[in-house]
Design a protein around this ligand. Sequence first.
Ligand code: PEP
Length: 258
Amino acid sequence: MSRRPVIAGNWKMHNLQQDAVDLTNGVMQSLREIDKAALPEVIIAPTFTSLYAANKALKDCGCGKVRLAAQNCYYEEKGAFTGECSVQMLKDTGCEYIIIGHSERRQYFGETDEMVNKKAKAILANGLVPIICCGESLEQREAGVTDYHIASQITKALRDLTAQEVAKSIIAYEPIWAIGTGKTCDSTEANRVIAMIRNVVKSLYDANTADSIRILYGGSVKPETIKEQMAQSDIDGALVGGASLKVDSFSQIVKGAM
Ligand code: PEP
């Protein structure tokens, strides 16, 4: 089965509104010569405060080549949850995807596998696509428990989801030791772990679901690494942090994934 590649930029806690508009416009401008059908699914994930402005820039351009994601959500619909944003609120702001379970959210904000699962359910129930992050720490890798840990994260994140819901979800394998460090995971090793994740999905669901789900690699992806990563059998794209903050590097990564 051929899966459409995905390149998603996680802007993290960067960019004021005008910076977000400039970066959004810059990315769209850099892709203007390329036919939409030839592009991967290109996604940008600004901070909450820039979502409205970025969405307006995307709509004003109207080229439909770049889509909007949020970096987090809360799983309840509404209520007394000070400081949180529901999936409906993010959908209302133009988001089609929501990143959940990023290692920074797990590490600094106590996001658990159970919360990731609740968020995935709320996102899918609202017709959006979850980008479910998983990944091992350096200690876990050195202790030889990478596969066990990732399989456990994925099994818990997908609990009680239907095969159809899983098939349209996106998983991002992001070894924590590779995030923001400049140390990219060797492509064949990233591919091995991603194939292992696909096998977990197959054992939980079926071969069709495992063949349909897009699984990305994330962790210091750069213009120089993307071609080799995309040449692997099971890597369907990239979740990009630092290199998504500059038009040049992000657009080179998008083009490298074509
Ligand atoms: C990320 O935050 O998801 C990420 C992969 O960051 P970086 O590309 O900077 O390592």
